[in-house]
Design a protein around this ligand. Structure first.
Ligand code: KG4
Ligand code: ZN
Length: 340
């Protein structure tokens, strides 16, 4: 019998301080997330300085809880996986410094993880049969990418956003209709009471880039619509705005993902990142995949938004390949996918 491999994952790239212990890349022994959302809500978005300070306050406690819940000690862990980019530099540094300190003190190997590779790997947790190659749509607050996952840890970006990320568009539109931060889940909920064909919002196409996205025009169209209602002294039907905006985002995400999968001969499609928790996106993607004979994979909502389970899973596959980070590992706020 082969020995089990335990990875301690650490994530602090944005506004969640998270730690987790994962067995053999796919079995969750613990998943601790300390969210700062309530704190940042006051400001309508993440305040980087506050995020870093809060990470420092919470990180030891979160790691201890992850080890206790998993009923293991640092001595039982085989390696420490940590997000080192992309993200907020001050926030990333807290996790990286902590992981390096643990690695130095215990002699356990350190594995730096790309945050987006983490989001992709969230799909391995509940889909034990999912193995590369597959196509993955990553939609979060900071990223919108269509990626070919060629093998574990080997990615090729084939589509990306030219301006706002999908989650960013959700957050900005939510703010415009007075829903507060984070906007995605609130729009998701309100949209159920609205008509998705009430307002014809634009779907941007980028010339010669069939898998790329642009959401800034859509965001402006929503703002213009709201302003024109105000000028005409008409009441804005917020549920209709939410439903029509969401439909415009979902429409482009689904059609481009399906096109990319077909063009690249991919039979398996996965979605990941905070926006992958969106109920309308999941439904529409399910329908489109069925129609095109593709299998669809998506994580439970708790593994869509930031967590350390996904970081431990990504670290596991890098660890198996022999990848190790040195104690000179640094936070890289604009780290590119596949870059070392
Ligand atoms: O992956 P994530 O937690 O953080 C980043 O790496 O950016 O994603 C956060 C983003 C936010 O923009 C949030 O509004 C969005 O994901 N989000 C959603 C939903 N839940 C979270 N967007 C649409 N529908 C949701 N249900
Ligand atoms: Zn994320």
């Amino acid at each position: 019998m082969t020995k089990d491999t335990l990875i301690l994952g650490i994530e602090s790239s944005c506004d969640e301080t998270a730690a987790a212990v994962v067995k053999n890349g796919r079995e969750v022994l613990s998943n601790i997330i300390s969210s700062q959302i309530e704190l940042h809500k006051l400001y309508g978005g993440v305040v980087p300085e506050i995020a870093s300070r809060k990470h420092i306050e919470k990180i030891n406690q979160v790691i201890e809880e992850a080890l206790n819940t998993a009923n293991v000690t640092l001595q039982d862990v085989d390696a420490i996986g940590v997000t080192y980019g992309p993200g907020l530099v001050g926030a990333l540094l807290v996790g990286v410094a902590e992981a390096k300190a643990i690695s130095f003190a215990t002699g356990k190997p350190l594995v730096g993880v790309h945050h987006i590779e983490g989001h992709v790997s969230a799909n391995y947790i509940e889909h034990k049969d999912l193995e590369p190659p597959f196509l993955c749509l990553i939609v979060s607050g900071g990223h919108t990418h269509i990626v070919l996952v060629k093998e574990y840890g080997k990615y090729e970006i084939i589509g990306y956003t030219h301006d706002d990320a999908a989650g960013e568009a959700f957050d900005k539109v939510a703010r415009a209709i007075g829903l507060g931060y984070p906007g995605g889940p609130k729009i998701d909920k309100l949209a159920r009471e609205g008509r998705k064909d009430a307002i014809a919002f634009p779907r941007a196409h980028i010339e010669d880039a069939p898998y790329d996205f642009s959401f800034s025009g859509l965001k402006s169209a929503v703002l213009n619509y709201i302003n024109s209602c105000k000028m005409k002294k008409e009441e804005v039907n917020r549920a209709d705005v939410a439903a029509s905006f969401q439909e415009a985002v979902v429409d482009v995400l689904v059609t481009r993902t399906i096109l990319a999968a077909k063009d690249h001969g991919m039979k398996k499609v996965a979605i990941a990142g905070g926006v992958a928790a969106n109920s309308s996106l999941r439904e529409a993607m399910e329908k489109a995949c069925k129609k095109n004979g593709l299998s669809l994979y998506y994580p439970s909502p708790i593994y869509c938004t930031d967590n350390a389970v996904m970081i431990a899973s990504a670290a596991y596959y890098e660890y198996l390949k022999g990848f190790r980070s040195g104690l000179d590992l640094n936070a890289v706020p604009n780290l590119k996918i596949g870059q070392r």
